[in-house]
Structures are given as structure tokens and as C-alpha cells.
Design a protein around this ligand. Structure first.
Ligand code: FES
Length: 249
């Protein structure tokens, strides 16, 4: 008897096939980006020199905490805060769970044997994210202040390439921080009924504003990560007289 409902064989298109074959590209690029940044920032922190030039201060060393009792680079007094913020970020968790630990590396792709049992035991430190957020908000203010100071040269007001680099750094880091899921929850995401709570309208508007950045949180995460490293590198190279800071104004 003829089958009224013959089973059609599914033939993936060329595009779908190449997507399936190339599933590893995303995790490899992500892992490379994270590893390069961790190596560079650790190396830069250990240098303990060339982090200042004229009105420019490397974001890895800001705020500059130089104390006699501290024997190491001042960067280590600062970097734990932004590092903790990024390490516990919801986006970065997904990125490094998938790329570095392959658990799994992509949707419907088999990775190494799965032992993932939720963020318990050692992974409970991920719950600290909201507290790192408070520190990150303070750092955004400090980096914004550094960016304003970068307009102040020995001969008065000016704009150098470093000024632009530092200003963009403050903008990108603020955009990344403003898109934080914890901040979104804090300003209005935890409210079920805006008209039933005090300042409901303002909280709704704040939630909408933060949501603008949250939509592209991954992009802001990578842009700000790259740019903060580039800002340190730029100031370092200028300070070492390898390149010259061009004065625009
Ligand atoms: Fe990414 Fe908070 S979720 S910074």
C-alpha cells in the first residue's frame, strides 16, 4: 500500500552545510581573543612603567594607587575589579564556557563529556557579579575623569590622538557597563508593575535606556575589551618614544 505521507529526506542547503562544518570558528576566535587579552593585560600590569605620558594615564593603572607598602605594580591594586566584572559577566561566562571549556562549544554540537551541573560549588563566585557592577560603575566615572584630564596639556587645553583614544575608551567601557544584565535588573527589571511602585515612570525609562545597551552587550564587550588594551598599548608606545602622539588641536 502506498504511503500517503512519504518521509522526505532532508537535504541541507550549501549554506547550512558550511555553517555546520564551521561551528568551531566561533569558539576558536573567542578563545584566541580572550587568551591574547589576558596575556597582554597581565604582561602590561607586571611592567610597572610606561603607563603615564603627559596628561595620559593607562586605564590598567587608573586610579593610580602608589603606596610605599605595596611592593608590586599598582596595576594589581586595580585590575582585580574590572577582571572580576568581566569574568562574572553573563556574556563572558557563555563565551569562555563554550570556547575554553567546550561545554558544549555550540548549540547541538557534541563537546567533551559533559559534567556541567549548574553554577554551583566553585562557580558560586559568579553570584558576585552584581557587586563587581558597583565597582565597575565607579571605574567608569574615574575613566571619564581621566578622559577629561587628557584634554589638559602643559600649555593648556588641547586634543591629541591619545585624548581621542582615552575618551573613546571611557565611552566604550561605559556602554559595556550600562548594558549589564545586573544593572538592567537593578534599575527596573525586578519590577512587575511600574505603575504600582514609587518612581515607576523613571524606573521604566531607566530600564528602557539600559536595554538599549543590553541588546548589543556582546558587541560592547568585545569593542571595550579591545579598546582598553589598545589604549594601554598606545600610551605605552608614546611613553617609550616608539611612536609620537600627534596633536590635533
Ligand atoms: Fe555582562 Fe553584567 S552581564 S557586564
Amino acid at each position: 500500500m502506498r504511503n500517503r505521507y512519504p518521509i522526505k529526506q532532508y537535504n541541507p542547503s550549501f549554506l547550512e552545510t558550511s555553517r555546520i562544518d564551521a561551528w568551531w570558528i566561533g569558539p576558536v576566535l573567542t578563545a584566541m581573543g580572550l587568551v591574547v587579552f589576558v596575556f597582554y593585560s597581565t604582561w602590561a600590569a607586571f611592567q610597572n612603567e610606561h603607563y603615564l605620558w603627559g596628561p595620559y594615564l593607562s586605564p590598567f593603572y587608573s586610579p593610580l594607587l602608589e603606596y610605599d607598602w605595596w611592593p608590586l605594580s599598582p596595576a594589581f591594586l586595580i585590575l582585580w575589579a574590572p577582571a572580576g566584572f568581566r569574568l562574572t559577566c553573563y556574556y563572558y561566562r557563555k563565551a569562555y564556557y563554550r570556547s575554553l571549556f567546550l561545554t558544549p562549544s555550540a548549540c547541538a554540537v557534541g563537546g567533551r563529556p559533559q559534567n556541567y551541573r549548574g553554577e554551583r560549588f566553585l562557580l558560586i563566585f559568579q553570584n558576585l557579579h552584581r557587586y563587581f557592577l558597583y565597582l565597575a560603575l565607579i571605574l567608569c566615572l574615574i575613566l571619564g575623569y581621566d578622559a577629561i584630564l587628557s584634554f589638559s596639556f602643559e600649555d593648556g587645553f588641547g586634543v591629541g590622538v591619545g585624548t581621542v583614544v582615552m575618551t573613546l575608551n571611557a565611552v566604550f567601557l561605559t556602554a559595556f557597563t550600562f548594558g549589564c544584565n545586573s544593572l538592567r535588573h537593578l534599575v527596573g527589571g525586578n519590577v512587575d508593575c511600574y505603575s504600582c511602585v514609587s518612581f515607576g515612570y523613571q524606573r521604566y525609562k531607566s530600564w528602557k535606556f539600559v536595554s538599549l545597551f543590553n541588546t548589543n552587550h556582546m558587541e560592547w564587550a568585545w569593542i571595550s575589551l579591545f579598546w582598553v588594551g589598545f589604549t594601554d598599548l598606545y600610551i605605552r608606545l608614546v611613553s617609550m618614544s616608539i611612536i609620537t602622539d600627534y596633536r590635533i588641536f
